[in-house]
Write a protein that binds this ligand. Structure first.
Ligand code: GPU
Length: 790
């Protein structure tokens, strides 16, 4: 497509789809017109992919996920179709700037963090590889809340991404499923029949996901809940206007808002309804497609793979059995075997609070037939393994982890360390019973968004030296390695980082009013705020550093900008205290003329995918400092390494594998191992001993207790301090000195720019393994048994 053709297509959509002429067009109008023009280019490959899948009678994979943290779609689509230059020219001719137009798209924030972003990277990789499949989720009207800070305190406001029409999706009013809740179960002619008391409609909305170079496109199908009847006319005629709208309110509530909890399985009835709603709608859709091609349910596991993204869609096991057994009349055990051979399950955390449990009483009320089926699954399991101590039903709860494990033929962890821990801790008993079931699939990230899209400077440099093949074959980055000996390459590499940092410094000044020195080290921690991720370890080190700098300002300090980004779950009190502390510390340090440009702390509000795309390419240092054993994998860590930031990190999650790939000498390791953490906690005085041994740590804690950062209010952080001094489950104190010392090694390395840039370039050259293309190929081979169709 030429720039002129694209320009014509944009103008046609501007007139015919938007009803505007160029003289009155806003950035929004142009963005929508360009979106529609680009979407037009996706249709042919999309249809062609479907045709090929049917023609090959191929097995398909269905990725069921409560979250898809997509971000913006326009830039991805433009890049994948090779239209960047063309679009730039077409818009220039119309008097608009492509970058500005791209930035006008609201982020689709249908997810909390890593789990949802992983699902989005997987969709991109499946379309790039030609893996036939679909993503299934919920079309939340309101995605993750918008964060602002008032006096440093997190405020949440509803997010409203659908206020403007969603240019990418196709509503499918004909693709609706009726989803029931509650009611009764009765036997009829030897079969159990569930008669739900309430029902809603699930309506499909499809977004095409185009892969690299437009060779393949899959579908993301999101379900919106709607009432069966628009309203109750009889009640309305009686004058009961509120009652008349009751059904509609009940229905729409189900897909109204994303639960803003990350790694927290809190058992709320609406959440259970959301889980069943999208899982049941997806299964019906899957079975209808399957039965349109095949007439034998025996073939299900050969033609269909269903991946459960954590336990959120775990009701798929009982629901599939219900369909096969109650509706199609298969024997229970037979139905269970078919379901198991079709389903597989990914575990994303070992945190006990995240392992979903549903009260049996609640499930009996909302899904009475499913509770009966779960009891029979447990019976069948115990009949086969009479010795096993494992139970699905325990303490009045349904344990969704055990249910998912028993109903899946493969269970996977998301990094090598995490998979080992899955085997030795949460699922140790089940692993003994089924030693081949657990496999590892280390996470990955899509290079299209996280290098090509987010870092055009680095991308151009890479392509200049090794050609364009790296974009869908990321291990080709290895070919950069000899270039680190080339002074010309290293100068260009350093210049690309400097350019990104200058852009970020300008953006920081714009959004926060803080002036930062682009030559300072950009030290970045961006992720959900959680005690196990230890943003408070980072801020304690920041305080200690500031105190040392003040005591001796001319000691040759390496200037730093500490950058934080991330949201806390609205009900997570301690995480919100940490946010306030970071903002309090930032206010005091940034106003200190003694430290001046030596130290700045920046915390832009409302971190999201688009902000990550700005921050990561401009980072020097990547903070991956979780308590070892707690971060299942991490995926931000991979994005930083690819973009040439060095990691300071613990031996946790995928950090372990990143360090192996980039080389121990190019990674700043500190802290206790997972085993050492567990052992250290045995000593109830571990935190007191660490504080007593570290005047620096004691000084930083005292600074907080003094009210130095809280206008003299010593009580503001009393609870946080009492926890650190009294219990410190996340071993902040025990790891503090190791972290501090490691940070000073970071300083020394940064003070030698040639050495630092070489380490950074080696991180880029050696991180190609962390592409989500590699991860998806692993799932296809080890879990789904699917071969690519391109
Ligand atoms: N993760 Br469980 C989430 O983002 N949300 C969740 O509810 C659960 C896990 C994350 C892990 O914390 C992170 O370590 C991992 O990289 C990511 O899932 C993807 O596997």
């Amino acid at each position: 497509m030429t720039a002129q053709e694209l320009q014509k297509a944009v103008l046609r959509h501007l007139e015919l789809s938007l009803g505007k002429d160029l003289a009155h067009a806003t950035v929004y109008d142009i963005r929508m017109s360009l979106t529609l023009a680009v979407r037009d280019q996706v249709i042919a490959p999309w249809f062609e992919s479907t045709r090929k899948t049917y023609a090959a009678q191929s097995k398909r994979v269905y990725y069921l996920s409560m979250e898809f943290l997509i971000g913006r779609l326009l830039e991805d689509a433009v890049n994948n179709l090779g239209l960047k230059q063309t679009a730039q020219e077409a818009l220039d001719a119309l008097g608009f700037d492509l970058t500005q137009v791209i930035a006008d798209e609201p982020d689709a924030a249908l997810g909390n963090g890593g789990l949802g972003r992983l699902a989005a990277c997987f969709l991109d990789s499946m379309s790039t590889i030609g893996c036939p499949g679909m993503g299934y989720g919920i079309r939340y009207e309101h995605g993750l809340f918008r964060q602002s800070f008032h006096d440093g305190v997190q405020i949440e406001e509803p997010e409203d991404w659908l206020r403007q029409p969603h240019g990418w999706e196709f509503a499918r009013p004909e693709a609706v499923e009726r989803i029931g809740f509650g009611g009764t179960v009765e036997a009829h002619d030897g079969r159990m029949r569930w008669s739900p008391a309430d029902a809603v409609l699930a309506k499909a909305h499809d977004t095409p996901i185009i892969g690299w170079q437009g060779q393949w496109a899959n579908t993301l199908r999101l379900w919106g809940a709607e009432p069966i009847q628009a309203f109750d006319l009889e009640a309305f005629n009686r004058g009961d206007f509120v009652g008349a709208a009751e059904q509609e309110a009940f229905a729409r509530t189900i897909s109204r808002v994303l639960y803003p909890d990350d790694t927290n399985g809190e058992g709320k009835e609406l959440r259970l309804k959301q889980e069943y709603f999208f899982t049941a709608a997806s299964l019906r859709d899957i079975l209808r497609r399957f039965l349109s091609e095949h007439d034998d349910l025996e073939l299900l596991p050969q033609k269909v793979a269903i991946q459960l993204n954590d336990t959120h869609p775990a009701i798929a096991g009982p629901e599939l059995i219900r369909i096969l057994h109650d509706e199609h009349g298969l024997e229970f055990d037979h139905a269970m075997a078919l379901a198991r051979n079709t389903l597989s399950f990914t575990n994303h955390t070992l945190l006990p609070e995240a392992l979903e449990r549903w009260p049996q009483a609640l499930m009996a009320r909302v899904l009475p037939r499913h509770l009966q089926i779960i009891a029979r699954i447990e019976e069948a399991f115990l009949a086969a393994q009479p010795e096993s101590p494992v139970r699905i039903l325990e303490d009045g709860d349904v344990r969704m982890g055990e249910l998912s494990f028993i109903m899946a033929h493969r269970v996977n962890g998301v990094s090598a360390l995490h998979t080992g821990l899955v085997k030795s801790t949460v699922f140790a008993q089940l692993h003994r019973t089924f030693p081949d079931r657990i496999v590892n699939q280390t996470n990955g990230v899509t290079p299209r968004r996280w290098v090509l899209g987010a870092n055009p400077r680095l991308s151009a440099l890479i392509t200049d030296r090794i050609g364009p093949g790296w974009v869908d074959d990321l291990e080709q980055l290895g070919a950069l390695e000899p270039h680190v000996e080339d002074a010309g390459f290293m100068a260009d590499y350093a210049a690309s980082k400097a350019g990104n940092k200058a852009d970020l410094a300008a953006w920081i000044a714009d959004t926060t009013g803080i002036a930062v020195d682009p030559a300072a080290m950009f030290d970045v921690q961006i992720k959900r705020i959680h005690e196990y991720k230890r943003q408070h370890l980072n801020i304690l080190e920041t305080i200690a550093l500031w105190q040392d700098m003040r005591a001796n300002p001319r000691a040759g300090w390496v200037p730093r900008v500490k950058i934080f980004g991330g949201k806390a779950a609205p009900g997570y009190v301690r995480a919100k205290e940490i946010i306030r502390l970071i903002n309090d510390v930032a206010r005091v340090i940034n106003a200190d003329p003694v430290t001046g440009d030596l130290l700045k702390v920046v915390y832009p509000a409302n971190y999201n995918v688009s902000m990550a795309e700005k921050l990561i390419p401009a980072s020097d240092l990547s903070e991956q400092i979780s308590t070892a054993g707690k971060e299942a994998s991490g995926t931000g860590n991979m994005k930083f390494a690819l973009n040439g930031a060095l990691t300071i990190g613990t031996l946790d999650g995928a950090n372990v594998e990143i360090r192996e790939h980039v080389g121990a000498e190019n990674f700043f390791l500190f802290g206790m191992t997972a085993e050492e953490v567990v052992a250290r906690r045995e000593d109830p005085q571990h935190q007191a001993k660490a504080i007593a041994a570290s005047p620096r740590l004691a000084g930083a804690l005292k600074g907080i207790a003094d009210g130095t950062f809280s206008d003299g209010d010593g009580a503001r952080y009393a609870a946080l301090l009492a926890d650190l001094r009294g219990h410190d489950y996340f071993t902040i104190c025990a790891d503090f000195d190791s972290y501090w010392n490691c940070q000073r090694q970071v300083d020394a390395a940064f003070a030698d720019p040639a050495r630092w840039m070489r380490m950074a370039a080696l991180n880029t050259a050696r991180s190609g393994w962390f592409s989500s293309d590699r991860t998806i190929r692993g799932y296809m081979a080890d879990v789904w048994d699917i071969t690519p169709l391109i």
